[in-house]
Structures are given as structure tokens and as C-alpha cells.
Write a protein that binds this ligand. Structure first.
Ligand SMILES: [Zn+2]
Ligand SMILES: [Zn+2]
Length: 118
């Protein structure tokens, strides 16, 4: 029988210390009601959001994140780290889904880019 250390740092092995700090802070903020889609760090992939948002795990049909409602089809996201450009585009109709979810995702990725280079 093991007693779980509640104080265990689940990000102790994340080598980027500023990323680990943000992960911890955002995990705590989420408990207090932060919208998970406003996060700049990803709890699942333990990365900056712009580094893992390409993963299919980040397609959320229900909320419309990386999702084209017209085509009911996932949208691709491209992140230009140099220019700070973030573009979401449907893989079928090639349009940008004009939804609040898309704007939120782009905003989060831009903030993530800024935080990663800070
Ligand atoms: Zn992720
Ligand atoms: Zn589409």
C-alpha cells in the first residue's frame, strides 16, 4: 500500500523550468475556474500549447476547437514560430472556421508563443 504524496510535483521532469512553472500555475488556476482553452500550456502533452496543438487530441468537435462546423471535419492549424502567425483552416473546405472557438485557439497559441520566448 502506498500513500500518495499530494505534494508530488508532476512536472518535476519537465526540463524547461519556465514551462513547468506555467503548467503548475495553470493547473491550479483551472481548479479555480480558468477555462482550459485559455491555457498556454498543455496538461496532457506537458508542452506549450503551440507545440502540441497539431495533435489530433486538440480537435474538439463539441466546442468547435480545430473543427469546421460546416463540413463536420477537423481543421488543421499552422503555427509560424518566427512570425508569430497562427492560422486555423478546415482540411476540407480550406476556410477559417469563423467561430469564437477558433479565435480563442489562435489567441491562446499567440500567448503561448510569447510566453515560450519570454
Ligand atoms: Zn497538447
Ligand atoms: Zn470546412
Amino acid at each position: 500500500m502506498t500513500t500518495t504524496e499530494t505534494t508530488t510535483d508532476r512536472y518535476a521532469d519537465v526540463s524547461n523550468r519556465s514551462l513547468a512553472d506555467v503548467l503548475r500555475a495553470e493547473d491550479a488556476a483551472e481548479e479555480d475556474g480558468l477555462d482550459p482553452f485559455e491555457r498556454v500550456s498543455c496538461r496532457l502533452h506537458r508542452r506549450w500549447i503551440h507545440q502540441c496543438v497539431h495533435s489530433s487530441t486538440h480537435v474538439v468537435a463539441v466546442t468547435g476547437h480545430r473543427w469546421c462546423r460546416d463540413c463536420e471535419c477537423p481543421a488543421a492549424i499552422s503555427v509560424d514560430e518566427l512570425l508569430g502567425d497562427v492560422v486555423v483552416r478546415c482540411t476540407r473546405c480550406l476556410r477559417v472556421p469563423a467561430t469564437a472557438a477558433t479565435r480563442q485557439l489562435v489567441r491562446a497559441c499567440r500567448a503561448s508563443l510569447a510566453a515560450a520566448t519570454a
